[in-house]
Design a binder for this molecule. Structure first.
Ligand SMILES: [Zn+2]
Length: 312
C-alpha cells in the first residue's frame, strides 16, 4: 500500500514518522491498517482511513448503540439530591458516574452543555436526572435526531451544525474517532463562550502499555481510532488554537491490561471472557497497577481540561 510521506503530524506539524501496522481486533473483522507514529511528539494517526467506516460500528455489537435507560421520577429526585450532597461533601460514596469531571468543571444547572459523540445519550440523561436543564448531544452515528425531554435533545448531526455558544463542551472518548483534531478543536473554540470549558477524554500514547505492546494495545482500536495524541502533541495543538490547558488528569483503568491481554491471546474484546481468564486477585492487581500508572503519568488515557480564555 503506498504511503503518503508528505502528510504532516496532525498535532505538532512535523513530518518524520514510523509506520506501525495494526489489525481490527475488537470484533475480529478483516482488514489490515497502518498508523504513523510521529517521531517528534509521539502522536498516532491512521494513514489510510477506510471509506465506509460505518462498517466498523455494527449496530448489533457496538457498545455506543445500546438503548437509553430511563429512570423514574423518584430515582431522578434521589440522583439530584445525591449530586447536591456530593457538591458539598465530595466523597466517592456520593459521586455520580460523572462526579470527578463535574467537581473540576463546576457547571451550573442552567449552563448550556454539549456532549460530542454522545452515543445513546446516557451520560446526558444522567446529568438531566441530576438537575441539569440545557443538554444537547451530537453524534452522526445515532439513528435519528430525538428530543428526549424539554431539557435534553440528541442530534444525529456533527457538532459543526450546532447553533449559538455553549458554557461547557465535552468529548468522552469521541475525539479519537475524528479525522481532523485541529478542525474539531477550532469548532469547539468558536462555539464556547469566553471563559467556557472543554473536557476531552481520550487515549494517549504516553501509555506504558502502548510502549510495551504496540499494535496489541487495546486502545489502539484500529481502524475506529483515527488519531491518538500524546499529551505533548495535544497540548501544543490546543494551545496554538487559543485554549488554556488547565489540567491533565490520567484516568486509565484495569481495562488497559485485561483488554490488551485478550488481544495477546488472539481473542476478540469480549468482557464475558474476563472472569474465566483472570482470577479476582489478578484483576485487583490490574486495578492497583492502573492507579499507580495514572500517578506516574503513564496510564493509557487522560482527561484534558481546557478553558477558552476570557481575553483571547
Ligand atoms: Zn507530532
Amino acid at each position: 500500500m503506498p504511503i503518503d510521506t508528505k502528510s504532516l503530524c496532525k498535532f505538532c506539524g512535523k513530518e518524520d514518522f514510523l509506520v506501525v501496522p495494526a489489525k481490527e481486533r475488537m470484533l475480529q473483522l478483516s482488514g489490515e491498517f497502518q498508523y504513523r507514529e510521529c517521531l517528534s511528539c509521539g502522536s498516532l494517526q491512521l494513514i489510510d482511513i477506510p471509506k465506509d467506516l460505518a462498517n466498523y460500528y455494527p449496530k448489533e455489537s457496538y457498545y455506543s448503540q445500546a438503548p437509553l435507560v430511563y429512570s423514574s421520577r423518584l430515582k431522578n429526585l434521589l440522583k439530584s439530591i445525591r449530586l447536591e450532597v456530593f457538591r458539598i461533601l465530595p466523597i466517592p460514596f456520593f459521586s455520580p458516574s460523572y462526579g470527578e469531571w463535574l467537581r473540576k468543571l463546576r457547571p451550573k444547572k442552567q449552563d448550556r452543555i454539549a456532549d460530542i459523540g454522545c452515543g445513546n445519550g446516557q451520560l446526558l440523561y444522567e446529568m438531566y436526572a441530576s438537575g441539569f436543564r440545557k443538554l444537547e448531544g451530537f453524534d452522526p452515528y445515532i439513528p435519528e435526531t430525538k428530543k428526549i425531554n424539554d431539557s435534553l435533545q440528541l442530534f444525529c448531526e456533527s457538532f459543526e451544525s450546532a447553533k449559538g455558544t455553549f458554557d461547557l463542551i465535552m468529548m468522552h472518548h469521541s475525539f479519537e474517532h475524528m479525522e481532523d483534531p485541529e478542525s474539531i478543536l477550532k469548532v469547539c473554540f468558536q462555539k464556547l463562550k469566553a471563559g467556557g470549558k472543554l473536557l476531552v477524554r481520550t487515549p494517549v500514547t504516553d501509555s506504558q502499555v502502548w510502549k510495551e505492546k504496540k499494535e496489541l494495545w487495546v486502545q489502539l482500536d484500529a481502524p475506529r481510532h483515527l488519531v491518538i495524541p500524546s499529551v505533548q502533541g495535544f497540548s501544543q495543538l490546543s494551545e496554538e488554537i487559543g485554549f488554556q490547558l488547565d489540567e491533565v488528569v490520567f484516568d486509565s483503568t484495569a481495562f488497559q491490561f485485561w483488554g490488551t491481554a485478550l488481544y495477546e491471546k488472539g481473542k476478540a474484546l469480549n468482557p464475558d471472557l474476563v472472569q474465566s481468564l483472570f482470577t479476582d486477585s489478578e484483576l485487583k492487581e490490574m486495578h492497583k497497577k492502573a492507579l499507580q500508572y495514572n500517578q506516574e503519568g503513564k496510564g493509557d488515557q487522560v482527561c484534558f481540561y481546557l478553558i477558552k480564555p476570557i481575553k483571547s
